[in-house]
Write a protein that binds this ligand. Structure first.
Ligand SMILES: Cc1cc2nc3c(=O)[nH]c(=O)nc-3n(C[C@H](O)[C@H](O)[C@H](O)COP(=O)(O)OP(=O)(O)OC[C@H]3O[C@@H](n4cnc5c(N)ncnc54)[C@H](O)[C@@H]3O)c2cc1C
Length: 444
């Protein structure tokens, strides 16, 4: 091809973005509609960077139990229908069939037995090759045109005429992987809306000196995100104190709520409870029993039997009770210490942003697609899948499950549409959407 004249290529399907959702959509479509020409384009030089870094390079592929309640963003009903069309169990079978056996860990998380995300990526790429889907890296799509002769996908090197386009360009998280949000522009030019995005599953930056002193310490807490004039969200799990603030599963899960509140211009408090299993009364009773049993012991020493020592010291110091023996604790100071243990404010300044966020909240409104096919409601022949949609899951394999489920729904709908076209072209008259490929998310 010459530098000035882009090549023209006619294909049946172009998938824009070869991340988890794009690769899986191509696989499901090619499995269900053989003999068609399908191309997967990705702007990145190396395919699958995000899959490789996922789950601490072990790829938490899905979760034993996934429901719409594990997600935020667009309509729960739509999310449920998509998840039911291709469940977590279906995902486990799919990977098992690809030679990737999974095992379960804490919280129902499923990982490959090899504990290497490379196994997951290689299996997807192998299957793509087996099915004859072309995969082109370093092909950043700059436009999707709809003209009188159908759809065209434009890159600096080529112009693909095609019947179907899948937009699977991801969100804004980990932009160096190639997911920098440019896909929202492509979708906007095709008539789609946009829900403002924020980082999700990101560590939080805190003010004050407490976190620096505790850096490296991890323990179970309950976080309460209290949004002025809005919802109050309670989240349980491990918090890891760091030199910049806080991380760990419970903090990552809280970050999207903090960001969404700020985006809406609402005041938001994040409160930490160091004794999520206790009440004010149970802690008072415990302190009372300890005072009788060990009157000379310091408050911090006693607290350190139930909390990491550094955390116990920090909270007693902040309450002005360092070096205070239990026997000298007044009723008033005991009660204010208990209040602080059960609810202390984290002075959140920001999150660490998209650079380290594991997901993106917001994106293309879920209402812009038909959840029974993932087809665009504003542009015929276009489908949207994965993280670019306004759906974000909590930590634990849920975001990948959204990628697999939405890919399955789109892949099968595309196969039905393309099969219908191919059969009609061959004179074999069949209803365009005969559902020959099995389930759809419609009405489930
Ligand atoms: C550090 C980290 C760890 C994670 N760990 C887990 C985990 O263990 N479990 C889990 O469930 N989720 C995890 N996630 C989230 C999960 O990786 C994502 O939700 C999922 O990969 C989204 O898949 P996607 O295909 O929709 O988007 P992406 O994976 O972001 O893929 C989009 C692709 O589109 C390409 N692209 C973008 N624009 C264009 C364009 N114009 N032309 C061509 N190509 C383009 C990009 O290069 C990219 O390859 C993690 C995320 C991160 C950042």
């Amino acid at each position: 091809m010459s530098g000035s004249e882009p090549a023209r290529d006619a294909v049946d399907l172009v998938v824009v973005g070869a991340g988890a959702a794009g690769l899986a959509t191509a696989i499901f479509a090619a499995r269900a509609a053989s003999g068609l020409r399908m191309v997967c384009l990705d702007g990145a030089r190396h395919i699958g960077a995000k899959i490789l870094v996922s789950g601490g390079s072990r790829c938490n592929v899905t979760n034993r139990r996934v429901t719409e309640r594990d997600f935020w963003g667009g309509s729960s009903r739509a999310v449920r229908n998509v998840l039911r069309a291709f469940s977590a169990e279906d995902a486990a079978i799919f990977f098992n069939d690809l030679g990737v056996a999974l095992h379960e860990e804490e919280g129902g998380k499923l990982f490959p037995d090899t504990n290497r995300s490379r196994t997951v990526l290689d299996a997807l790429l192998r299957e793509l090759r087996r099915l004859g889907v072309e995969l082109r890296s370093g092909e950043r799509v700059t436009d999707v045109d709809r003209g009188p002769d159908g759809l065209a996908v434009v890159t600096p090197h080529a112009r693909y005429r095609t019947r179907c386009v899948v937009l699977a360009t991801g969100g804004r998280s980990l932009p160096k992987s190639g997911s920098d949000g440019n896909g929202y522009e492509l979708a906007a030019r095709l008539g789609h809306g946009y829900v403002d995005t924020t980082p999700a599953l990101a560590p939080l930056v805190l003010a004050g000196g407490r976190h620096a002193a505790l850096s490296g310490v991890s323990h179970d807490v309950r976080l309460t995100v209290r949004v002025a004039g809005g919802a109050t969200i309670h989240l349980d799990g491990a918090l890891l104190w760091t030199h910049f603030g806080a991380s760990g599963p419970v903090v990552l899960n809280a970050s999207r709520h903090w960001h969404r509140a700020r985006l809406d211009g609402r005041a938001v408090d994040v409160l930490v409870n160091l004794f999520p299993g206790d009440t004010f009364e149970s802690l008072e009773a415990w302190f009372g029993a300890q005072a009788l049993a060990r009157p000379r012991a310091h408050v911090a020493t006693v607290l350190a039997t139930r909390l990491p020592a550094a955390v116990a010291t920090t909270w007693t110091r902040e309450a002005g009770l360092a070096e205070q023996p239990l026997a000298h604790l007044t009723r008033q100071s005991r009660r204010s210490l208990i209040h602080a243990l059960l609810s202390s404010s984290l002075d959140v300044r920001d999150s660490r942003g998209y650079t380290v966020a594991e997901a993106t909240a917001g994106g293309i409104p879920l209402d812009d697609v038909d959840p029974s096919t993932m087809a665009s409601r504003s542009c015929d022949g276009v489908y949207l899948v994965g993280e670019m949609l306004d759906v974000d899951g909590r930590l634990g394999g849920f975001n990948f499950q959204w990628a697999w489920s939405s890919a399955w729904v789109a892949g099968h709908a595309i196969a039905r549409a393309l099969n219908g076209v191919a059969r009609r072209a061959a004179g074999d008259v069949a209803p365009a959407d005969a559902g020959a490929t099995g389930r759809s998310a419609a009405g489930e």
